[in-house]
Design a binder for this molecule. Sequence first.
Ligand SMILES: [Zn+2]
Length: 430
Amino acid sequence: MRYFLLCFLFFSLYADENFDLYKLHGKEKGPTLLVFGGIHGNEPGGFFAAAILTQHYKITKGALWIVPNTNKESIIKNRRGSHGDLNRKFSSILKSDKDIYIIKDIKSLITDKEVDLVLNLHDGHGFFRQKYQNTIFNPGAWGQTCVIDQMELDQNSSFANLGCIAQQVSDKLNKHLLQDHHGFNVRNTKTKKRKSEMQHSLTYFAINNSKPAFAIETSKELQTTALKVYYQLRAIEAFMQIMGISYQRDFELDSQNVNNLTKKGGKVVINSNISLNLDNLRKYLSFIPLQSNKNELYFSHPLGGAVESNGFIDLYIGHKKISRLKKAKFIIQKCEGPFEAIIDGKKKSIHLPSEVKIMDDIVFNAPRGYRLNVIGFTDSRYKNELGIKIARPLKRFSLDKQENRFRAEFYKDNAFCGMVILNYVARKNE
Ligand SMILES: [Zn+2]
């Protein structure tokens, strides 16, 4: 597990850790809420809501601990569980089970003495109703519920009255419905009494370790991920209000804003010498200078992930594939930079990797031994494009769908050493 104490912007490394933990602490002391998103990899409402908590919320009193990518491998594959159902392995697990370390890490987090209440986020089937109406609206549906295993905790705890808290959360949610049939209900699985398979779940493990725990289930039948995220965030906020955790967010909580936030991809930095903006990146990019294997990727988005094969790297945000990079295999080293450039006639110092805005043209200068190749800019007189004016390259070579961003690649002794993204912008008076 990797862990971030959030004070400022950071980049997260995509590597082999099970999942990431973000701790948001307020200046004033108070209770701690622990949230798990993505225990099921095909339930995006939960993991995108958790990601938005890490990116757009600030805690002023108490603490919010967030695991946005609990089942990281399954999220990328958009599968419930790559090695079976992760939420059915908390009562016992075989030593040979591939999820054993994830389960261990989750258990140690839940039992951490600082944690006061635990939420497990899901997207469930249909819309829960006390009486059977049809296959979507019925007592067996999970959607739009606050799920409890029993009415009260067996042990003493500040938040032992699970039934009462779940009802308060549902009541708060029902004041902010986008459509009437989205109404929230409490679903009590009576796990102990019925000896149901929920006895193997995360929440049941928690309540048997004296930690109040709830599952939030938004409906899979809600049409967009954003709608599910909207209700997840409303539910999490209701829990924080009931617990006395104070928070701020940097956006107005409505479905349109949530929709915009779930579409933001942030940046990825590759091998410390390429930085790509993941918003509007083309779906396929060819001949990207990369190592033959074990490329290092750092994503600014908590759900950023990559799958590397011999010829390609696929980039993901959550379950959404953003782009496929076709490898051009190079030895990778770091340019000595910064380099001097003349942008629209003005001299500037350019660090690698970076992005520069250009209206007309750019001229790069670099010491002897360096070679520049701007993709989509061809002038047969030059093999090295250092020292010559580079106007907007051919559109079809752009990195982005808007056809404004282009790659300026620096090489030294046949090793790739860094990329500058040339962002050609329109003149303001045009
Ligand atoms: Zn689930």
